[in-house]
Design a protein around this ligand. Structure first.
Ligand SMILES: Cc1cc2nc3c(=O)[nH]c(=O)nc-3n(C[C@H](O)[C@H](O)[C@H](O)COP(=O)(O)OP(=O)(O)OC[C@H]3O[C@@H](n4cnc5c(N)ncnc54)[C@H](O)[C@@H]3O)c2cc1C
Length: 175
């Protein structure tokens, strides 16, 4: 659940499920969505009041091993798509762009030069962060859906630790 721009305590919800279930949820009216959410989440967050029907969005994972192709550089979703479990996709894309801008700083003064070396450095610099974040979010999404309670509780504990322990969170945000 993420804070919604409307404010006043409104939240957006990202509800990940199997494609068939997602299609069924899309057809529910607002009261039925509230009912489905209450059945799924229980009442520990209080009673949900749903303002808009939920819209489906297909999730798939991709990681372009070579986001640099000549003078074309894929960044953000064009280079990688990942599970939204930890809300890392946009941040990862921004880190792509920031690193690219940094790498191109000197080249921009001499744009007639071949940027191949600079872009090669960019690709290498981004490899670890991109691979690590895609793998970690994939692992997290799998850990929450094993159907095996000890693993799912351990994953929940991990998220709680991330929320509660500032240095851990800072490390995750800095990956
Ligand atoms: C359900 C969900 C929840 C998410 N929650 C979070 C979160 O909480 N935090 C977070 O950091 N990330 C989150 N993400 C990931 C985030 O949405 C993406 O990482 C981010 O949108 C990537 O931005 P982008 O600009 O690279 O690509 P996109 O947002 O995909 O933008 C690409 C744009 O280009 C357009 N386009 C495509 N092809 C063409 C073309 N040929 N010509 C012209 N235009 C074209 C598309 O229509 C689109 O508007 C979430 C993703 C999903 C699916």
């Amino acid at each position: 659940m993420l804070p919604h721009p409307d404010g006043d305590g409104s939240q957006s919800i990202v509800w990940c499920c199997e494609p068939e279930r997602a299609k069924a949820i899309e057809t529910l009216d607002l009261r039925e969505v509230e009912q489905a959410m209450a059945e799924t989440f229980g009442d520990r967050l209080g009673r949900f009041v749903v303002k808009e029907k939920l819209k489906g969005y297909p999730l798939y994972q991709s990681l372009d091993p070579k986001p640099v192709n000549g003078r074309i550089v894929n960044v953000g979703n064009a280079a990688q798509t990942l599970h939204p479990v930890a809300g890392q996709g946009l941040n990862l894309g921004i880190r792509d762009v920031a690193t690219l801008a940094h790498c191109l700083r000197d080249w921009i003064a001499y744009p007639h030069r071949d940027p191949a070396r600079t872009l090669g450095i960019y690709q290498n610099l981004r490899a670890r962060d991109r691979q690590g974040t895609v793998k970690l979010t994939d692992l997290m999404s799998r850990a929450f859906t094993t159907g095996w309670a000890p693993v799912e509780h351990a994953a929940g504990l991990g998220l709680w630790a991330l929320d509660a322990i500032e240095p851990l969170r800072a490390h995750w945000q800095g990956i």
